[in-house]
Design a protein around this ligand. Structure first.
Ligand code: GDP
Ligand code: MG
Length: 175
């Protein structure tokens, strides 16, 4: 089927460790979720084909393979990426406080046109463990002129929407 796709888009997942990046990706690519927090090893990216308008897009989404722990993400990770999903955990405030650092890295290594979608993940825990108000996420996104959504990989809330937002937006600005 590879030959039949019209475009191949690369996108990357970034954000602090254990915010749910790998689970967002496995939910999107395979509709799977893992309760144990095995750091990503081995799997470096996943694919999904998506139809946007009349075009078939192959989205290649890269995961950090645990390097975020060591601040070891290199420029090759960002190379050629047209989209980035920047993830924090709404139940752990420090993962939100670190966002400016991630945005700076994206602006430094990423394509100037890169489409960024900010995801406040673990929205299923909003009632008992929330440490970051939804309005704070939205305000940051507005300041940075990036997209924003609260998501839950566990409850499958807004996951499809967040990835599709990124992919259709890439399609819009590159095609
Ligand atoms: P990564 O290090 O950013 O790739 O994070 P993981 O995807 O490995 O997830 C870290 C931990 O958070 C795991 O225990 C997951 O089960 C859990 N997790 C991920 N997404 C969610 C979510 O949406 N809701 C809840 N409650 N837990 C989640
Ligand atoms: Mg991971």
């Amino acid at each position: 089927m590879e030959d039949e796709c019209d475009y191949l888009f690369k996108a990357v997942l970034i954000g602090d460790s254990a915010v749910g990046k790998s689970n967002l990706l496995s939910r999107f690519a395979r509709d799977e979720f893992r309760l144990d927090s095995k750091p990503t090893i081995g799997v470096e990216f996943a694919y999904r084909n998506i139809k946007v308008k009349d075009k078939l897009i192959k989205a290649q989404i890269w995961d950090t393979a645990g390097q975020e722990r060591f601040r070891a993400i290199t420029s090759s990770y960002y190379r050629g990426a047209l989209g980035a999903m920047l993830v924090y955990d709404i139940t752990r405030r420090p993962t939100f406080e670190n966002l400016p650092k991630w945005i700076e890295e994206l602006r430094h290594f990423g394509d100037p046109e890169i489409v960024i979608v900010l995801c406040g993940n673990k929205s299923d825990l909003a009632c008992h463990g929330r440490q970051v108000d939804e309005r704070e996420g939205r305000a940051l996104a507005e300041r940075e002129r990036i997209w924003f959504m609260e998501t839950s990989a566990l409850a499958n809330l807004n996951v499809e929407e967040a990835f599709l937002r990124m992919i259709t937006q890439i399609h819009e600005i590159t095609v």
